[in-house]
Design a protein around this ligand. Structure first.
Ligand code: HSE
Length: 429
């Protein structure tokens, strides 16, 4: 039987695009269907840049939208990035012209997933995004396909390799934040604008997508509560370590009676916990289901080879005619995402205070916390070189976020407290 050749158009030839060029040049017949996948047309910002494969014989498009509209491609692969602009325009054009779309663009799916799903369904073509979350580690297919026989209640994980790399290096080598960030950029983990990584937005895009798949609702990035790692200091890393914790950027989501909560926070995770032991650029995810129980998934979340492998897996799905709604129901029937107010959160916390070194300070702090109804779990004062006061750290028992915020406001007003207390959450998983 003659093998069919699927003509792939790729927009965006950065790290992942380069990885895909290389893989399909070597293994055009990788898909289980037995057909071939061949890149025939490309679009990128720079035509002459050195690439792993010679692209001079491929059809070149300056404009990704023109590539998306080209009649002689069968699958459009979007690796441009960004929630709007050319990436969105090109994906819309491809879907409207009836082409299956494969994308690694988490921002696009997190922000516009529901409307793009509607376009894809109207055209009767797939819109696939395995590479958008955890790079080469198959979290999307896991939730979209393997977990549909269960009721997922919560997810929590490390979804940004750049942040995990930075936190790991800051802890193990005592290096400064900015210095380590440069290494992450050189290694190809970081986004074009690293604020997307260190500000927690990339992790929030990814957990918004996973929440939609886990709970069968439309993704709602706007409802995510987001805090990055740019405020994490060496002092917090050292204090947390003395208390038996590592700091990790934890992206989590859970379904409660009130709705769905999506959050990204630098959080304390106890030594020995698999998330605390996940180091470097590695990603990890806990999935909690009613019947399956707990699943732990760990693997590469970025990089050319792994992420291109995830794009290829989606290309194989198109070639094998795998059929599922983009999220867990047709776009028009997706229930709305009802966000839980951040103040409804209950959890344990870490508070770092800078206080005057004088008698009665600890009493004043603990009295204020007692008045607010915050119960202290552990307490640490560490002698440090003069930082204009004495840092003290305490951890609390589970407390409502609204109570905690009130306690922080009141602590800040104490004359012996020199700056607004710093809050980090203790991960619940
Ligand atoms: N900037 C991302 C990260 C790349 O560091 O994890 C993969 O999405």
């Amino acid at each position: 039987m003659t093998k069919k050749t699927w003509r792939i158009g790729v927009a965006g030839l950065g790290t992942v695009g380069g990885g895909l060029l290389e893989f399909l040049a070597q293994r055009p017949d990788f898909a289980p269907a037995g057909d071939r996948a061949v890149i025939t047309a490309v679009s990128a910002r720079n035509r002459t840049r050195q690439r792993p494969v010679d692209i001079s014989s491929l059809t070149w498009f300056d404009d990704p939208v023109a590539l998306a509209n080209a009649p002689d491609i069968d699958i459009f692969v979007e690796l441009v990035g960004g929630s709007d602009g050319p990436a969105k325009a090109a994906v819309e054009a491809a879907l409207k012209s009836g082409k299956p779309v494969v994308t690694a663009n988490k921002a696009l799916i997190a922000v516009h997933g529901a409307e793009l799903a509607a376009l894809a369904e109207a055209a009767g073509v797939p819109l696939l995004f395995e590479a958008a979350v955890m790079g080469g580690t198959p979290a999307v297919k896991m939730l979209r396909e393997a977990m549909v026989g269960d009721d997922v209640s919560a997810l929590a994980g490390i979804l940004n390799g750049t942040c995990n790399f930075i936190l790991s290096e800051m802890e193990s080598k005592g290096r400064a934040f900015a210095d380590v960030l440069k290494d992450a950029q050189a290694m190809g983990y970081a986004e074009a604008d690293p604020t997307t990584d260190v500000g927690g937005f990339d992790a929030a895009h990814k957990i918004s997508i996973l929440a939609a798949l886990a709970f069968g609702c439309a993704p709602n990035f706007a409802a995510a509560e987001i805090e990055g790692i740019d405020g994490v200091e060496q002092l917090d890393i050292a204090m947390a370590k003395d208390l038996g914790y590592r700091i990790r950027l934890i992206a989590s989501t859970e379904r409660t009676d009130d709705g769905v909560a999506v959050r990204v926070h630098p959080s304390l995770v106890a030594f020995g916990h698999p998330l605390a032991e996940t180091r470097g650029a590695t990603n990890a995810l806990f999935i909690e289901g009613a019947r399956i129980g707990r699943i732990f998934l760990q693997g590469p979340g970025a990089g050319a080879g792994p992420t291109a492998a995830a794009v290829a897996a989606d290309i194989a799905d198109v070639m094998t005619h795998a059929k599922r709604p983009v999220f867990q129901a047709p776009a028009g029937q997706l229930p709305p995402f009802i966000a839980v107010a951040p103040t409804r959160r209950v959890g344990k916390a870490y508070l770092r205070l800078l206080v005057k070194d004088q008698p009665g300070v600890i009493a004043a702090v603990s009295e204020t916390l007692a008045e607010c109804g915050v119960s202290i779990d552990s307490f640490l004062q560490k002698p440090v070189e003069d930082v204009g006061g004495v840092p003290i750290v305490l951890t609390t028992h589970a407390v409502a976020e609204s109570v905690l915020t009130d306690a922080i406001d009141r602590l800040e007003r104490l004359p012996v407290v020199l700056e607004r207390p710093k809050l980090l959450r203790i991960a619940r998983i």
